[in-house]
Ligand binder design. Structure first.
Ligand code: URA
Ligand code: SF4
Length: 206
């Protein structure tokens, strides 16, 4: 069976997981990337934030959420009163899926097959961190965590129960979706809605 299973060490040490992910060949996405991007944060974090996949900047720097979406997420965490030390940040897929257009690398959404292939890493992280709440940033994260298609607009902002998990799951929008809103007042409203959802997650974890 394809997938990351055979590359995931049986450990709850994040340091070992982080080292091992660089060798993963569980799907083809490792090709044409700089490196795998694992996570930031510690095992004691109460909230786990799951994004989609590393972007262009993350691929180069090897850290999740260091580009424009990460900047917006930082502001939203601040506004929601969530301390960085309480936030473990990771992605549903650990390699950057993209298309090459000349010198430019264009983001491409990971397919369901990539989400499934990469899932053993997320499972290992969940065992290691065992957060109180899992926050899914967007539909790809929802698919990965809930194991089913997830509609952000219909499901956002209230605690969901995931099959076989004892943590609450809160689905919200991806920070990139906020950045893509053209009109300023609407963008501000989208940001405020993201913050509201994060406050729901924070209150469950408290
Ligand atoms: N978008 C994501 O989903 N994850 C990152 O790490 C960066 C941007
Ligand atoms: Fe492995 Fe995930 Fe990278 Fe695919 S995307 S090679 S499953 S770490």
């Amino acid at each position: 069976r394809p997938g990351a299973d055979e590359w995931v060490p049986n450990t709850v040490e994040l340091r070992r997981l982080r080292a091992a992910v660089q060798d993963c060949r569980g799907c083809e996405l490792w090709r044409d990337t700089t490196q795998a991007v694992f996570s930031s944060g510690t095992r004691s974090a109460a909230l786990m934030f799951v994004g989609e996949q590393p972007g262009d900047r993350e691929d180069v720097e090897g850290e999740p959420f260091v580009g424009p979406a990460g900047c917006l997420l930082d502001r939203a965490l601040d506004a929601a009163g969530i301390a960085r030390s309480d936030a473990y940040l990771t992605n549903a897929v650990k390699h950057f899926r993209h298309a090459q257009r000349g010198k430019k690398r264009i983001h491409e959404k990971p397919a369901v097959g990539h989400i499934v292939a990469c899932h053993p890493w997320l499972d290992a992280e969940l065992r290691a961190v065992d957060p109180d709440v899992i926050v899914c940033l967007g539909a790809t994260a929802g698919r990965a965590v809930l194991g089913r298609p997830t509609k952000v607009t219909a499901e956002r902002g209230h605690p969901l129960v995931a099959d076989g998990r004892d943590q609450s799951v809160v689905v919200t929008t991806h920070p990139s979706a906020v950045l893509r809103v053209r009109e300023e007042a609407q963008r501000d409203a989208a940001f405020a809605a993201l913050v509201d959802d994060l406050i729901v997650a924070r209150d469950i974890s408290a």
